[in-house]
Design a protein around this ligand. Structure first.
Ligand code: SF4
Length: 366
């Protein structure tokens, strides 16, 4: 049992706290397409999509994904490119690759059924303690704890936990509290209720304490300054990067085609299609001839604009060129292929490539 609970008289109040939170959740919960479907696969997909993406954005993606890959077997049988296409625009593509890899493992080693224990779930690629706890509690009714950003905020305030929330001592406390508090009769609803409270009531800047169903248990509210917790951890510096991109295009049978190729393995966005690009850490721009060389064309054509894209720790400025070439021109390297321009929207491209395309087709007003 958590020391925080033991030393603050919480043990005696735990049952009433669980009831207050659950009653609020049953009354106020949003009707979301992955709720109440009783399908561990749907819970898994939704939980992965919801990591780092807002609920409103996930709803459409989830419905399209489930229409295209309704079960583990259909996901396992898909090509990676199709999987990335369905994910296109959601960002953090590692999540989609992990889903795909784990689906294959589930088919090969678990007869197509998601494991129904915490330990079994944790062995799958891309499933950490949070996702395992969410699937175990929501889909299988196991009293497993979960801790995400919302839960950290709620616990920091309820129990007035100070210090860096990412420190290992605090992480241990959050997990111990989650384990001690989860209601064994309704673990899935309890965990969802905690997250929903964090997302809708106990929000980062102005928590709506007067509407909060667990206000009477909250040390942060009693202190008069709940929004001071959790303490904001210092962010690491954002690194600058510069890139040159050339949109190479041609006319073929009256239609415009653009040249794209998979981004190299290993980095962020690996495998997604991009226009020929040279990137560089720091503030120096790559040379024009470096970009021209990777596709073997002599001229980069005209500059059409510049965009800025911010990844988690990098700020990438990209200058965009566009070069129309004759259909007979040979392109160097087997990495590149021609895609009809109207199919680009459905291809597995990143938000960055989409932005570049938009700048090319809708240049900024001069
Ligand atoms: S009372 Fe306020 S600070 Fe405390 S849990 Fe509720 S919303 Fe958060």
């Amino acid at each position: 049992m958590s020391e925080v609970l033991a030393t603050s008289g919480w043990e005696a109040r735990k049952g009433a706290f669980q009831q207050a939170l659950l009653r609020w959740f049953w009354r106020e919960r949003r009707d979301l397409p992955w709720r109440g479907v009783g399908d561990p696969y749907a819970t898994w997909v939704s939980e992965i999509m919801l990591q780092q993406t807002q609920v409103v954005t996930v709803i459409d993606y989830f419905q399209r994904w489930m229409a295209r890959f309704p079960d583990v077997a259909s996901l396992a049988a898909a090509r990676e490119e199709e999987v990335l296409e369905q994910w296109s625009g959601l960002g953090y593509y590692r999540r989609a690759r992990f889903l795909h890899r784990a689906a294959k493992v589930i088919v090969d080693e678990h007869g197509g059924e998601l494991p129904s224990t915490l330990e079994g779930l944790r062995e799958l690629p891309g499933i950490g303690p949070y996702t395992a706890g969410a699937i175990a509690s929501i889909a299988y009714g196991i009293a497993a704890p979960i801790v995400d950003g919302n839960v950290i905020r709620v616990f920091s305030r309820l129990f007035a936990i100070s210090g860096d929330p990412r420190s290992s001592a605090n992480q241990k406390t959050f997990w111990a509290l989650a384990e001690a508090l989860v209601d064994p009769r309704k673990p899935g609803d309890f965990n969802e209720a905690l997250m929903e409270l964090g997302a809708r009531v106990c929000t980062p800047r102005s928590p709506a304490c007067l509407l909060c169903p667990v206000r009477e248990y909250c040390a942060g509210f009693a202190s008069g300054e709940p929004e001071a917790l959790p303490e904001v951890a210092r962010r690491s510096a954002v690194k600058p990067m510069r890139a040159l991109t050339v949109v190479v295009y041609r006319q073929r049978a009256g239609k415009r085609e653009v040249l794209v190729g998979p981004r190299e393995a290993g980095g962020l966005l690996a495998g997604l299609l991009e226009f020929p690009t040279v990137e560089r850490e720091g503030k120096r721009w790559p040379r024009l001839d470096e970009v021209a060389q990777i596709v073997g064309i002599e001229e980069l054509g005209e500059e059409v604009g510049e965009i800025t894209h911010v990844f988690s720790h990098r700020r990438l400025q990209t200058r965009i060129y566009a070069a129309e070439i004759d259909a007979s021109v040979h392109i160097a390297g087997d990495r590149w292929r021609w895609v009809p321009e109207r199919e680009l929207g459905q291809a597995a491209i990143s938000a960055l490539t989409r932005k570049i395309y938009e700048r090319w087709t809708q240049p900024e007003p001069v």
